[in-house]
Design a protein around this ligand. Structure first.
Ligand SMILES: Nc1ncnc2c1ncn2[C@@H]1O[C@H](COP(=O)(O)OP(=O)(O)O)[C@@H](O)[C@H]1O
Ligand SMILES: [Mg+2]
Length: 307
């Protein structure tokens, strides 16, 4: 009997298009791998979702990004329904999505992070300009949506950023870490490797992430061997600290401005990493001899739920 897999994609977050793009590729790969696959575009109509999940599939392949799909809420619903799903459970997903909560966990575990503070709107509006360069970003977004980086010569103020982020009740204001962009793919309890991303844009923003040609991927990351090892260890430590399952992608900054080996800083754990044609986890897996099909199949075979 073929395993029945329902791919949950789309949704209504700002990363809907990314999710649909990831989802389409995963549906095709899972079919090629021999699963009986259906695709579900998630809406707020829970009745329709329950109907689409009846009869219950063996596994839900969750490829949603952003609030509701990545933050533990859909995971909690699947726990209630007793359907195993790919990647992290409800709590780890919630912690991963909330950069304030995960920052507290990482700090408690002694993992290196960029110095920063969590500000609510009152503090943001009342505050004087932080020392430049600095970064302001939403607590619960992804794909660099809402991330503002302010360099020395930029003609923008904290007040303007506060206006731009008016929809967010709290933000993170942190020190800009110069140097390089490194991401680590974690699969189960091991790191698959670290990749470096270079872009000519101001930083690794939405356009750099999803427009082919706007960023260059270097796999394996051409950094000092000690730093490479440390990046992989930091990736696994971050994944474990939040209690993640399945596959995750850990975003790091690597400051080598004073020479190599430099210093690594943890930015965040993505519990629902992108699986688009330009996404990094599939590329890192491929470098390890794990095809996209094999990666998707591993995720299905390692799906769990709290039933
Ligand atoms: N403290 C920082 N120093 C330098 N660059 C940063 C910093 N924080 C974020 N960035 C840049 O912004 C991008 C997005 O930030 P990140 O924290 O990963 O949030 P998300 O990917 O969820 O939007 C990073 O990949 C990096 O390029
Ligand atoms: Mg990120």
């Amino acid at each position: 009997m073929k395993k029945r897999v329902a791919v949950l994609m789309g949704g209504w977050s700002s990363e809907r298009e990314v999710s649909l793009s990831s989802g389409r590729g995963c549906v095709e790969a899972l079919k090629r791998a021999g699963y009986d696959v259906t695709a579900i575009d998630l809406t707020r109509d829970l009745g329709a979702l329950i109907k689409a999940l009846d009869p219950k599939p063996d596994v839900v392949f969750n490829i949603l990004h952003g609030p509701f799909g990545e933050d533990g809420r859909i995971q909690g619903l699947l726990d209630i329904l007793g359907i195993p799903y790919t990647n992290s459970g409800a709590l780890a997903s919630a912690l991963g999505m909330d950069k304030a909560a995960s920052r507290a966990m990482f700090q408690a575990a002694g993992l290196p992070m960029a110095p920063g503070r969590i500000w609510d709107r009152t503090m943001l509006l009342a505050h004087v300009e932080p020392e430049r360069p600095y970064v302001v970003k939403p607590i619960a977004e992804g794909s660099s949506v809402g991330v503002h980086i302010v360099f020395e010569s930029d003609n923008i103020s904290l007040r303007q950023i506060a206006t731009d982020l008016a929809a967010h009740s709290r933000v993170i204001v942190e020190k800009y870490i110069p140097g390089r962009e490194i991401q680590v793919a974690v699969m189960g309890d091991r790191a698959l490797g670290a990749i470096e991303i270079r872009t000519k844009r101001r930083f690794y923003d939405y356009v750099a992430k999803y427009t082919p040609g706007e960023s260059q991927h270097l796999m394996p990351a051409p950094i000092h061997a000690d730093a490479y090892r440390a990046a992989c260890e930091l990736g696994v430590a971050a994944h474990r600290t939040l209690g993640c399952r399945g596959v995750s992608r850990v975003d790091l900054r690597y400051d080598d401005t004073d020479g190599e080996p430099g210093t690594l800083y943890l930015l965040e754990v993505n519990t629902q990493p992108g699986m688009t044609p330009t996404s990094l986890v599939p590329e890192i897996a491929q470098h390890n001899g794990i095809s996209f099909e094999a990666l998707c199949s591993w995720m299905v075979e390692n799906a769990e739920c709290d039933a």
